[in-house]
Design a protein around this ligand. Structure first.
Ligand code: TA6
Length: 321
């Protein structure tokens, strides 16, 4: 499952400069003591930080902050973005109070990956990618806006469930008001494979005030009441609200949705090549937290068939106003 995390250093700093990409492929084996530091971008004199710190449960997180004052945190375990604060300092993502950070269970909150299976299916719920430590491969700085790339490759643990060679690259970019991610799946095997995937994004919310716009006319697969035999229908509403339990797949969703989080924020969720969407709120099944979040997920519900050597890429851009 997770790679060994036993290193004594609390922080390692990875400042980067404009147009200079630092290759960090060997970070996991060569990390050594260091102090938190920041350097000025030599070209623009703007500070930009990418640093690795110890997070909950001793797990490692990559902390990025931009020249605009926006910040984000990404746990290497599951390549899970757990915090995204645009320049106004409000964290727009939500981590469930029952989330554990023990490298045994996926982190329940933020932006977990579902790969290579969204589910239900033969693999573990939502696949294994959220249940393995990824590596920090690259960090870069575009004029004070940090970009980091995380990588996951097949190993003994993944092969024990899914016997294929693959490389997943997850590029996360932070700007003043937005967070962009690009997920690339490459088939590094000699044989083809198929997969489904999603970004299971948990947005902080006040559920009675939440609405999602943009899904009218989509074909729906309603997983309530039976997730294994979803009911097919068509979304008739301009604005979807959450008066009770919601677990619904929207096929061929548009490339832009608008979320009102009920806390005064309008969040635009744009995508390239994520064909489907999922809305989820567990309502009384999670009495302690359901009022405080909503999941709006970009998804690939139909199987992608990937030939040897080929790649699939999809991008998500979330921004607030
Ligand atoms: O994306 C919606 C969903 O698949 C629901 O059916 C529900 O199971 C949810 O995800 C939570 O899954 P998790 O394994 O993260 O608790």
């Amino acid at each position: 499952m997770a790679a060994s995390l036993s290193f004594a250093t609390l922080f390692a700093a990875f400042p980067s400069t404009s147009n200079t990409s630092r290759r960090l492929q060997s970070w996991n084996s060569t990390r050594s003591g260091g102090t938190v530091s920041a350097t000025m971008n030599q070209k623009t004199d703007t500070p930009s930080w990418v640093k690795v710190a110890e997070g909950h449960g001793g797990l490692h997180k990559v902390c990025v902050s931009s020249v605009h004052g926006s910040e984000a945190e990404i746990y290497l375990f599951g390549a899970c973005v757990t915090s995204w604060k645009p320049s106004n300092g409000k964290d727009l993502l939500f981590v469930r109070p029952d989330a554990v950070f023990d490298a045994k269970k996926p982190i329940s909150g933020g932006i977990p990956h579902c790969f290579p299976q969204f589910g239900p299916g033969v693999l573990q719920q939502h696949g294994f990618a959220r249940n393995i430590e990824w590596s920090l491969l690259d960090s870069d700085n575009n004029g004070g806006e940090p970009v980091v790339t995380l990588e996951l490759k097949d190993g003994l643990y993944s092969r024990s469930m899914w016997d294929f060679g693959f490389q997943a690259l997850y590029k996360v970019k932070l700007s003043a008001k937005g967070l962009s991610t690009a997920l690339t799946i490459k088939n590094t095997d000699k044989k083809p494979f198929s997969f489904t995937t999603a970004l299971h994004t948990y947005f902080r919310a006040s559920i009675s005030g939440v609405s999602v716009k943009g899904l009218k006319g989509c074909k729906t697969l309603n997983k309530d009441p039976d997730p294994v035999n979803p009911v097919e229908s068509t979304e008739e509403r301009d604005v979807v609200t959450f008066p009770g339990f919601v677990d619904c797949v929207y096929l061929d969703a548009p490339d832009e949705l608008q979320l009102e989080n009920g806390l005064g924020d309008t969040i635009t969720i744009r995508n390239t090549n994520w064909p489907d969407a999922v809305l989820w709120n567990p309502h009384k099944q999670m009495e302690a937290s359901y009022r405080d979040f909503v999941c709006v997920e970009n998804a690939q519900i139909g199987k992608v068939q990937l030939e040897s050597g080929k790649s699939w890429v999809a991008e998500q851009h979330i921004s607030s106003s």
